[in-house]
Design a protein around this ligand. Structure first.
Ligand code: SAM
Ligand code: SF4
Length: 310
């Protein structure tokens, strides 16, 4: 039988899905959340069984890579079991996760054993006070210990994610690069995106990927690389450090929409075809209205993909 595939209206094959398993988080990063957040009532969030069912439908349609994210995925009760069940889906190539690292001291090993292949861990500063100012509630040492626990747990790759902001952490780019290089980790620098209402202006803090690259070039020789990880990052290698890659995620300065191979599902089960468009499809309603047959869910998914923006 021919392999099932999800193809959008422009012929792009959708094989990468980001699933948000919760809208909750133990941090309140300044670029992501307001200080006083109201989270969704529990019944509006997909149950673990619904997430697993949706993942199964997507993988049966040829999705090869699933990234679990949030909010903070590791604050969701039952997350390790969910990972075991998703990673066992036949046909899935990779289950990966993005985390703020706060729970990794206790969860890194169980996650690796549950089949999570790679981890992205957010780390915006190596200074405890600044880290607290950016995350509002985060403890730097807890995250650094979590990174060490992840290194020992045997993931195929660990990548650090840094949202670069002038006046907050742009001057720490060299220190963060050295931290990653010394440990053989990958590191990606992300341009801040105007996501959500965070109650402050973002313009004066904006730092482009080109600026970050120039900062790194002052102390390291960067080598262009054609490597791809299936996401929007463009990678470079650093002379003398074969184990690490430096990535740049540049939604502002280098538009990557035309090759976008992904869709996302929010914690409420809304399928988003694009981060920059509000249009979404209510997968939760479909899953709940049709508990015993996947056909209506599939049909809605196929129809929605025809509307993925160019
Ligand atoms: N809580 C986890 C974490 O922080 O890694 C996973 C969810 S978080 C929304 C996923 C990634 O998005 C993190 O690397 C975070 O730094 C990044 N992010 C959040 N808000 C952003 C924004 N406004 N612009 C750019 N990146 C952002
Ligand atoms: Fe939480 Fe991640 Fe958002 Fe920070 S970026 S508030 S850790 S979800």
């Amino acid at each position: 039988m021919a392999e099932q595939q999800l193809i959008d209206g422009l012929g792009r094959r959708i094989d990468y899905v980001r699933l948000s398993v919760t809208d909750r988080c133990d941090f309140r990063c300044v670029y992501c959340m307001a200080e006083d957040m109201t989270f969704l009532p529990r019944q509006q969030v997909l149950t673990l069984e619904e997430i697993e069912r949706l993942a199964g439908i997507l993988v049966a349609q040829g999705v090869k890579k699933i990234r679990l994210t949030g909010g903070e995925p590791l604050v969701r009760q039952g997350i390790v079991d969910l990972c075991s069940r998703i990673s066992a889906l036949p046909g899935l190539r990779e289950l990966v996760m993005t985390s703020n690292g706060s729970q990794l001291v206790k969860l890194a090993r169980p996650l690796a054993e549950a089949g999570v292949k790679r981890l992205n861990i957010s780390l915006d500063s190596l200074d405890a006070e600044r880290f607290r100012a950016i995350t509002r509630t985060g403890e730097l040492q807890q995250v650094l210990d979590g990174i060490e626990a992840a290194r020992e747990a045997g993931f195929q790759r660990i990548k650090l994610n840094v949202v670069v902001m002038k006046g907050r952490n742009a001057d720490e780019v060299p220190a963060l690069v050295d931290y990653a290089l010394q440990r053989g980790l990958d590191i990606s620098f992300i341009e801040e995106m105007p996501l959500g209402h965070v109650g402050r202006s973002r313009a004066e803090a904006f730092c482009s990927s080109d600026e970050v690259r120039e900062i790194i070039r002052r102390s390291h020789v960067l080598i262009d690389s054609a490597e791809q990880s299936g996401g929007p990052a463009r990678y470079m290698r650093v002379e003398g450090y074969p184990d690490s890659r430096i990535g740049f995620i540049s939604p502002h300065s280098h538009n990557f929409c035309s090759t976008c191979n992904r869709v996302r599902v929010t914690a409420e089960g809304r399928l988003l075809l694009c981060l920059g468009h509000e249009n979404s499809i209510d997968m939760r309603g479909l899953l709940r209205r049709h508990p015993t047959t996947d056909t209506p869910v599939l049909e809605a998914l196929q129809a929605a993909l025809q509307r993925k923006p160019a």
